[in-house]
Write a protein that binds this ligand. Sequence first.
Ligand SMILES: [Mn+2]
Length: 317
Amino acid sequence: MEHIKSDCAAKILLKNDNILILTHDHPDGDTLGSAYALCRGLHQLGKKAAVLCTEDVPETYSFMWAGVEVQCFEPEFIVTVDVADAVLLGAENEEKFKDKINLNIDHHSSNNLQADFVVLESTAAATAEIVFDILKYWGVKIDVPMADCIFTGISTDTGCFRYSNTTARSHNIAAFLIEAGANSHDINQTFFETKTRVYAALERLALDFLTLYFDGACAVITVTQAMLEQSGATASECDRISALPRQIEGVKVGVTLRETQNGSFKASIRTNGPVNAAELAGKLGGGGHVRAAGCQLEGPLEKALENLLRVVEEEIS
Ligand SMILES: [Mn+2]
């Protein structure tokens, strides 16, 4: 495994063809935006490339692959984008590809995915910022769909340019993309101003179960399978709920516990002030960023909560 910079990754990609790009499961705007921008760039260079995700991708992202030629080929070079751990590839892709990854492009400091080459920039707000540098290095034309892909990655990973990971670089790239024709307003409207009715129903149910701990320093929202069923929401619609607990005044650690089908819980951890979310999640076997991280907790709920709160208490005090 060799750590390299993005320009070196750009050169390596130029020397290869039949490139398969893998996203993480439960895909978000950054992994998909990075993957499709890279795929579009490779197509412009006359290379064969395709994106593969183990899960169905929500229709909200369909603008990313609109007009992308579907190419069939035997993969010769495998790239992952925004994938911090092999398990996040999803069971199917993990089994098929985890020992065959050639290039791993990511911004999670906790990244431990095995690959021949790794581009890891933990100061990048989104993997899409790194992909942008690769496209610039190639000198390909950043057309509107590519600009939309990269813009979505940065905007969604920075909570619409509000989170503390947002940098001048994020804004500079966004400015370039807007000049290139990115539909920034529509994208922000879709991802930050519009709630599906199903999501609104889920949010209402989940907020009923918001609980504060440690004098209000920790807020926990639980989303059960029953709530998903009652509202008709999918797991991907839970993502937005993760931002809510931290929004409450005085909260240092906001956690959303989402019950999975097998009864375990996925914890999305968001922090304010001094608490490092990646460290907190790391103590529970997960990882992520300083302000946003995640881990998996065994059920039942009481046990998951007990384990979570024990570690939160340590981190808060
Ligand atoms: Mn990301």
